[in-house]
Design a protein around this ligand. Structure first.
Ligand code: TPP
Length: 337
């Protein structure tokens, strides 16, 4: 890890395993394998020229959003950055519709108009390309929950470490706190904003811990490679937001494995360090715990991986065979009817 100086939230792992149960844990392992396979194969399709526009991989950060969705439940408002493939999958978008979207096809998740950065579901308000632009929208979603007296739901908003120095983020934090809104803000600190190291862009270490008090928010810092502690932490944060009606600020730390986007070879990173990190990443941590507890074995893990890979390969075939949008529809859906 680029900076070990974090005071991570710790969880009672036995309690987490017992709370989730073995069946669900294996399903979550499959979800993480689906995300990893989706990113790998979609990346390959991009390199073959089948996918256009931007493409930001979530590989290395899977445990964070897998834990968030499983701990807090789909039935919230969700918002994230352009690095949005995993969250859409976790919230129920199918690999077929997402792959078709990447391929720019008419049956894609956003009718082929959004591409990699703009995936949606009923509860996912987007994939945002403007750094920090999702934060004010999350505050609006949380405001609507409070205004309509919707109990039991929160607005969950992911942002990058690079976004924390963006003005709209602080306006959003201020309003969420001022108006007592049910927001869970999650800074995914992957140590880089494009090719700029976080230390060269953000004036403090331990971003959540240092920024949250300025808005009267409680802060948490999670080891974002560890599903189990993230799961326990997200549950606690959500319960707290529901009880107090106040926003919280979480920092989840995990390195991204790829460059900022597919066009970035990441030449500014030490390849040996990266290789070592990949060996200790979120899938490894998740799997090892299940192995050690006798919930999973190597052979079953390989079969699960193959099953998810086959789903993604089928999604690529589906996308290849899907129709292109007709230009006659270009101006539709621009304004609300
Ligand atoms: C307002 C705005 N400024 C700049 C950019 C260009 N830009 C795109 S991604 C990015 C880095 C963001 O890094 P971070 O928030 O850490 O997220 P990560 O990509 O690491 O997930 C920048 C500067 C943008 N899209 N929007």
């Amino acid at each position: 890890m680029a900076d070990d100086n974090f005071d991570f939230y710790t969880a009672d792992r036995d309690a987490v395993v017992e709370q989730i149960g073995t069946t669900r844990l294996l399903e979550i392992m499959s979800q993480m394998l689906l995300i990893r396979n989706f990113e790998r194969r979609a990346e390959g399709a991009y390199q073959k020229g089948h996918v256009g526009g931007f493409f930001h991989s979530y590989m290395g950060q899977e445990a964070i959003q897998a834990a968030a969705v499983n701990a807090m439940g789909c039935d919230n408002w969700w918002l994230t950055t352009y690095r949005c493939h995993a969250l859409a999958l976790l919230l129920g978008a199918t690999p077929n519709e997402l792959m078709s979207e990447l391929f720019g096809r008419a049956n894609g998740n956003a009718k082929g108009r959004g591409g990699s950065m703009h995936f949606y579901t009923d509860r996912l308000l987007g994939g945002f390309g403007i750094v920090g632009g999702q934060v004010p929208v999350a505050v609006g979603a949380a405001f609507s929950l409070k205004y309509q007296k919707q109990k039991g739901q929160v607005a969950v908003c992911f942002l990058g470490d690079g976004a924390i120095v963006q003005g709209a983020v602080h306006e959003g934090f201020n309003l969420a706190s001022l108006w007592d809104l049910p927001c869970v803000f999650v800074i995914e600190n992957n140590f880089w904003g494009m090719g700029t190291a976080v230390k060269r862009a953000v004036s403090v270490n331990r971003i959540a811990e240092t920024k949250a008090p300025g808005y009267g928010m409680k802060a948490y810092t999670f080891d974002g490679r560890d599903f189990y502690s993230c799961y326990a932490g997200f549950r606690q944060a959500r319960d707290e937001v529901l009880e107090t009606g106040r926003p919280v600020l979480i920092e989840a730390v995990a390195e991204r494995y790829r460059g900022h986007s597919i066009s970035d070879p990441g030449a500014y990173r030490n390849k040996d360090d990266l290789h070592e990190l990949i060996g200790k990443g979120p899938l490894h941590t998740m799997r090892t715990e299940l192995f050690n507890r006798g919930i999973l074995d190597e052979q079953t893990y390989k079969a699960m991986d193959k099953e998810q890979r086959d789903i993604v390969v089928a999604a690529i075939k589906h996308a290849e065979e899907s129709p292109w949008p007709d230009p006659i529809h270009l101006e539709e859906d621009v304004f609300a009817p």
